[in-house]
Ligand binder design. Structure first.
Ligand code: 5GP
Length: 199
């Protein structure tokens, strides 16, 4: 039977350190209909990061050019670095029936939710602020002052959780993954995702 479905745009967002990236990878590995939208960033690559896979690492000058070309679905400065989701990453995949997932910060998520009302937006919550603090420490990419700044930002971001379609608490990773899978499986069956030309 031919595939009669249109792809969906999935927005996964939440505070820094909540585990969005890990959950995003689990969803992609588990479901071949889901593809990751690789963002651009002006920050330096980390040791393990691969150009074009984790990010497109670009200069500030190139970022300004992309802004001028109106190449972004959304863009934001996050913790002092600039990030953006490219329109070109999304449109081709959605048109071909793929589901595209964005791992983006809450500022960017708000822009996407406004401009793409059919997207599926999911907010990932930590079980507590203490857990979030300890995860940010374990990750050890930031100093104490930066961690406190991120925790303060998290409080404001969590207050805006009501803007999203769904919320998932990332306490036990496997449980959070299963809840996300259930949400996406239900969303795939919504009538708006079906092409009207079934014979
Ligand atoms: P990191 O630099 O640790 O990979 O990501 C820092 C934050 O930037 C994370 O919250 C991540 O979700 C967010 N981020 C990554 N790509 C984008 C993007 O294209 N747009 C926005 N708004 N945020 C992004």
């Amino acid at each position: 039977m031919p595939d009669q479905k249109l792809g969906m745009l999935i927005v996964l967002s939440g505070p820094s350190g909540v585990g969005k990236g890990t959950l995003c990878n689990m969803l992609i590995e588990n479901d071949e209909s889901i593809t990751f939208s690789t963002s651009v960033t002006t920050r330096a690559p980390r040791d393990y990061e691969v150009e074009g896979v984790h990010y497109f690492f670009i200069t500030d000058e190139r970022y300004d050019e992309l802004l001028k070309e109106d190449a972004f679905v959304e863009h934001a400065t996050v913790h002092g670095h600039r990030y953006g989701t490219l329109k070109s990453q999304i449109s081709k995949a959605i048109d071909s029936g793929m589901n595209v997932i964005l791992d983006i910060d809450p500022q960017g998520a708000r822009t996407v939710m406004k401009n793409c009302p059919d997207c599926v937006s999911i907010f990932i919550l930590p079980p507590s602020y203490e857990t979030l603090r300890s995860r940010l420490h374990t990750r050890s990419t930031d100093d104490d002052a930066e961690i406190e700044k991120r925790l303060n930002n998290a409080r404001g971001e969590i207050e805006q959780m009501g803007l999203y379609d769904y919320a998932v608490i990332n306490d036990d990773l496997q449980t959070a993954f299963e809840q996300l899978t259930s949400i996406l499986n239900a969303e795939k069956q919504r009538t708006i995702r079906f092409k009207p030309d079934i014979q």
